[in-house]
Design a protein around this ligand. Structure first.
Ligand SMILES: Cc1cc2nc3c(=O)[nH]c(=O)nc-3n(C[C@H](O)[C@H](O)[C@H](O)COP(=O)(O)O)c2cc1C
Length: 209
C-alpha cells in the first residue's frame, strides 16, 4: 500500500526551505479536504489558505511555531461557532439540487438536523465543529504526503489573535487547528533523520473476535 510508505515519509516539519508549492498541488489538497466526511455531512468548518507574508507574520506572533510564517502556505481550519437552522436549511437544499431531487425530498433530514442542533449549547456546537475540522486536518496530512508535500499540523497558536487578524468571529467562525505546507529544509531540520516513534501495532490495537 502506497499510503503506508507515504505516512512513513511524512513527519511534522519544524524547518521549511524557501521552495513554494505549486497552486495545482495546493488545489488538490484543498479538494481532498472538501471531500472529507463530516458528521451529518454538513461540513461545519471553513478553510483559509494563507500566503500573505504580513498576515502570517502577525498570526505567528507569540507562538513557538515558526512554521506559521516560515513555510509555503498556511491552512487554517475554522470551525463554526453555531450550527444554525438557516445553515442546515441551505445545506440540505444544496444537497437536493446536487442530487437532482425535488425540493422538499430531504425535509425529514432537514427537520431532524434542525431539531437536533436547536437543543445543543454553543459550547457543544464548537466542540462538534472542531471535531469535524480535525477530520479535515487528517485528510490534509494524507493528501500532502501523497503529493510529497511536507506539512505540520499545529495547535500551538493563539486563537484570539487568529480571530482578530482574520476577522473570524464576525464570520461566525473560530480557529480550530492549523497546518503549514511546504518543503522540508533537509539540511537544517533536526527531525529529518529522526526515526518515527510509534507504539508497536500489537500494543496499539485490540482485536475482538
Ligand atoms: C493536532 C495536532 C497538533 C500539533 N501541534 C503541533 C505544534 O503546535 N507544533 C509542532 O511543531 N508540532 C505539532 N504537532 C505535531 C506532533 O508533535 C507530531 O505529529 C507527533 O509528534 C508525531 O510525529 P510525526 O507527525 O512527525 O510522525 C501536532 C500534531 C497534531 C496532530
Amino acid at each position: 500500500m502506497e499510503l503506508i510508505k507515504n505516512l512513513k515519509w511524512r513527519y511534522a516539519v519544524k524547518k521549511y526551505s524557501e521552495k513554494k508549492i505549486s497552486e495545482n498541488k495546493v488545489n488538490q489538497i484543498v479538494e481532498a479536504i472538501n471531500l472529507t466526511a463530516s458528521s451529518c455531512g454538513i461540513q461545519p468548518y471553513r478553510l483559509f489558505v494563507i500566503t500573505n507574508p504580513e498576515v502570517r507574520k502577525r498570526l505567528g506572533e507569540g507562538s513557538f511555531n515558526a512554521q506559521i510564517h516560515a513555510s509555503s502556505h498556511l491552512l487554517v481550519f475554522a470551525g463554526f461557532n453555531e450550527i444554525t437552522s438557516d445553515y442546515i436549511r441551505d445545506y440540505v437544499e444544496m444537497m437536493e439540487r446536487q442530487r437532482n431531487l425535488e425540493k422538499g425530498t430531504l425535509d425529514v433530514l432537514k427537520d431532524t438536523l434542525i431539531d437536533y442542533f436547536s437543543v445543543q449549547t454553543p459550547g457543544q456546537n464548537v466542540i462538534w465543529s472542531d471535531k469535524q475540522a480535525y477530520i479535515g486536518l487528517g485528510t490534509a496530512l494524507i493528501a500532502a504526503a501523497e503529493l510529497k508535500v511536507d506539512a505540520t499540523p499545529m495547535e500551538g497558536f493563539d486563537p484570539k489573535l487568529f480571530d482578530e487578524v482574520l476577522g473570524l468571529s464576525e464570520k461566525g467562525l473560530h480557529a480550530s487547528v492549523i497546518m503549514s505546507l511546504g518543503y522540508r529544509d533537509a539540511a537544517n531540520d533536526y527531525l529529518v533523520a529522526v526515526p518515527k516513534a510509534r507504539l508497536p501495532v500489537d500494543e496499539f490495537f485490540t482485536r475482538i473476535k
